[in-house]
Design a protein around this ligand. Structure first.
Ligand SMILES: Nc1nc2c(c(=O)[nH]1)N[C@@H](CN(C=O)c1ccc(C(=O)N[C@@H](CCC(=O)O)C(=O)O)cc1)CN2
Ligand SMILES: NCC(=O)N[C@@H]1O[C@H](COP(=O)([O-])[O-])[C@@H](O)[C@H]1O
Length: 290
């Protein structure tokens, strides 16, 4: 559903971020949400934590109480974060949500590595953990249909990939149009695509002789790292940098640029230029776009 193209005060011709059909249905369902349905536990991994299902039931129970609103009648968005590792970007987003910088709540953590640091942080904060996909090392994982049902039950508005190392299936990309973001540790399109993750990215950047690097926040399509770029930050690559040193410099900027991008997404401050480039409208100056 595309809105009519509008022209902004700054002369940009943009269309507001159209509310995807599914999101509209999700929102309208929420608006008409009057009864207290029986809370249904989101299927979670078998966890050493005996109360994992209780967490999920409570989480769904809280979800069943209806919409949380942040501020004066500003509806808070519901976020699912996907991780495979330590989860520092997840923690930065979660902290920003708790602190009010992001008008949203993390309502689900999805991982292919149930023992990873991101999953541990989620469990410690009562956030349901869903294991996806199923694998030999994670037999408790759910199927794509079960994942879609869990995200619908939790009425997730946006999906945030944060160090998730598996390809997001096209079914999920189609269910969440213009509603999935990823953070990548290089200046895409350089050093992106299959095989470019973690320290591999920074090793390639250093080997190339590039003088600058930095994180990219982009929308997710059905291929690795080819979705529309939303935001980037630049850091220097120093002559004697190790991959670990460059990784740490980039990661510091990732936390900031991802929180800013997610805040804009939750505030409906993403506008799409006529040529399909997504822009962030400043939250302080409505005529300023980056
Ligand atoms: N449909 C999409 N799925 C994912 C995207 C995306 O843009 N579209 N981004 C990735 C994150 N990512 C880079 O930002 C990325 C992650 C992993 C790989 C990769 O080569 N993975 C290996 C498997 C690694 C493992 O299982 O340990 C592979 O596929 O062979 C490249 C880029 C998340 N998903
Ligand atoms: N191509 C995907 C990729 O390499 N993602 C990178 O994995 C790290 C996850 O760190 P975190 O778990 O501490 O957020 C981050 O540097 C992120 O950019």
């Amino acid at each position: 559903m595309e809105a009519a193209v509008a022209s902004t005060g700054s002369g940009l011709r943009c269309s507001p971020n159209p509310m995807p059909k599914q999101q509209h249905e999700r929102r309208s369902a929420r608006v008409g949400f009057v009864s207290q349905p029986r809370p249904r536990a989101v299927r979670c991994e078998r966890s050493p934590h005996p109360d994992a299902r209780a967490y999920a039931a409570v989480a769904v129970g809280v979800v069943a109480k209806g919409r949380e609103v942040g501020g004066v009648g500003v509806e808070r968005r519901r976020l699912a974060v996907f991780v495979s590792g330590g989860g520092s970007n997840f923690r930065a987003i979660h902290d920003a949500a708790l602190g009010g910088e992001v008008n949203g709540d993390v309502v689900a953590l999805v991982t292919d590595k149930p023992g990873c640091g991101g999953a541990e942080h989620a469990r410690g904060n009562g956030i349901p953990v869903v294991v996806f996909p199923k694998s030999k090392s994670a037999p408790e994982g759910v199927s794509i249909d079960e994942l879609l049902n869990a995200l619908r039950e939790l009425r997730v508005d946006f999906i945030l990939l944060a160090g998730y190392l598996k390809l997001i299936p096209v079914e999920l990309v189609q269910e969440y149009p213009k509603s999935i973001l990823n953070i990548h540790p290089s200046l895409l399109p350089a050093f992106g695509g299959k095989g470019y993750y973690g320290l591999k990215v920074h090793k390639a950047v250093i080997a190339s002789g590039a003088r600058y690097s930095g994180p990219t926040v982009h929308f997710v399509d059905e291929h690795y790292d080819t979705g529309r770029t939303l935001a980037q930050r630049v850091v220097p690559v120093l002559a004697n940098d190790t991959p670990e040193q460059l990784a740490a410099r980039v990661l510091h900027e990732e936390h900031q640029v991802y929180v800013e991008a997610v805040a804009a997404l939750c505030d409906d401050r993403i506008v799409w230029r006529e040529d399909g480039v997504p822009l962030i409208r400043s939250h302080t100056n409505p005529d300023e776009y980056t």
